[in-house]
Design a protein around this ligand. Structure first.
Ligand SMILES: [Mn+2]
Length: 364
């Protein structure tokens, strides 16, 4: 990769890292408020400002304003931000992408200026129109660094290749490699990434909270905002000090909060989750609310909520959405967020970033 920026961080103060905003301007502003972001803080946006969510152009505009007004705000590119290169390189496939996808930055821009895509539109014409109106934004996006290197951290969207010299990582790998936490690197510093929703790494109770792996020196922070039904937008907070940095996080999501009305103790056996890419299940034993299923690719036994099990045309079983198979203990008065209360007997809730089932009666 060529676009690497070096950044000298002071030895005290906060560094706030947020990734994968994906067009969620409201959540992003809410999160900045929640962490009490001020001009004393460094803010690193770890890629994927746009696509998937409903207001990509506003996120790009707002983050451009933030960087212009505050020299401590830094942004790296994600694979979704790099899509504008297809426009500038006049890749005709971009037109198919725009036709197939609902929420895209380029689609929002075209709508804003009242340009209708039709069968006669050419990529050259779309490029010309957009360069006329959004030259500044396009230049800003294409000039974003792929990685930022500091004393103790490397910030990159998806990951680094396991090479003697991490800077030789192929740029497209840095932007798109899947499940970096299952890989390794030799950069000698903490590598902070987004891109891969951390809930995909869950083993016990599924969680959208950032994962810090000290041994691998990897910090994965993508809370699955927009992508996952339980998704959240995480702020990973690095508190700097000469003796060593300390880590914490805060998050926001779109779920509704509710007070628990009754205590509940989770059953030990109810653990795990079904997440990308292991969606195939084989029912073993059906009960009133949950069906014990085997997940052939992992050989795990999981209790899947009956309403989430669907059978496809071949007769194979799969699930209708990523789902927790865990129960969560709650106590009366506690505030939780509700993911799904449309199922029989149990409601799916989130507490402290973790998702699981509690009896519906506990929600009063
Ligand atoms: Mn990404």
């Amino acid at each position: 990769m060529d676009k690497i920026r070096e950044l000298a961080l002071p030895i005290s103060g906060r560094v706030i890292v947020i990734s994968d905003i994906h067009g969620e301007i409201r959540l992003f502003k809410e999160l900045l408020k929640k962490v009490e972001f001020s001009s004393d803080d460094y803010l690193i946006i770890n890629g994927d400002l746009c696509e998937k969510g409903g207001n990509s152009k506003e996120v790009v505009r707002y983050v451009m304003e933030l960087t212009a007004a505050n020299p401590k705000v830094h942004v790296i590119e994600g694979n979704c931000d790099a899509l504008v290169e297809h426009l500038l390189n006049e890749n005709p496939k971009l037109l198919d992408y725009l036709a197939a996808r609902g929420n895209t930055l380029i689609g929002e821009w075209l709508e804003e200026i009242g340009y209708q895509l039709n069968e006669h539109s050419t990529i050259q014409e779309v490029k010309e129109v957009l360069l006329r109106h959004y030259r500044k934004e396009l230049e800003w996006l294409t000039n974003l660094p792929t990685a930022i290197e500091t004393d103790r951290y490397i910030f990159v969207h998806a990951g680094l290749e396991d090479r003697e010299d991490w800077k030789e990582t192929d740029r497209s790998k840095a932007l798109t490699m899947p499940s970096f936490l299952e890989k390794s690197h030799r950069a000698g510093k903490f590598v902070v990434v987004g891109h891969w929703p951390v809930v995909n790494y869950s083993t016990d109770i599924p969680s959208d909270n950032p994962i810090i792996n000290e041994a691998k020196k990897i910090i994965a922070i993508d809370g699955g905002n927009v992508i996952k039904p339980t998704g959240q937008l995480n702020a990973f907070i690095i508190e700097r000090s000469a003796e060593g940095d300390s880590f914490s996080h805060l998050y926001v999501d779109k779920l509704l909060a509710r007070a628990v009305t009754k205590n509940f103790v989770a059953e030990e056996a109810m653990k795990g989750s079904i997440n990308y890419p292991f969606y195939t299940i084989v029912p073993v034993e059906k009960a009133d609310f949950f069906t014990l299923c085997r997940q052939p690719e992992t050989d795990k036994l999981l209790h899947v909520k009956n309403e989430y099990i669907i059978q496809n045309e071949n007769g194979d079983f799969t699930i209708k959405a990523d789902v927790s198979c865990a129960q969560i203990s709650v106590s009366k008065g506690e505030i939780v967020s509700v993911i799904d209360e449309g199922c029989a007997g149990y409601a799916l809730i989130k507490k402290g970033g973790k998702a699981g089932w509690i009896p519906t009666e506990c929600l009063g």
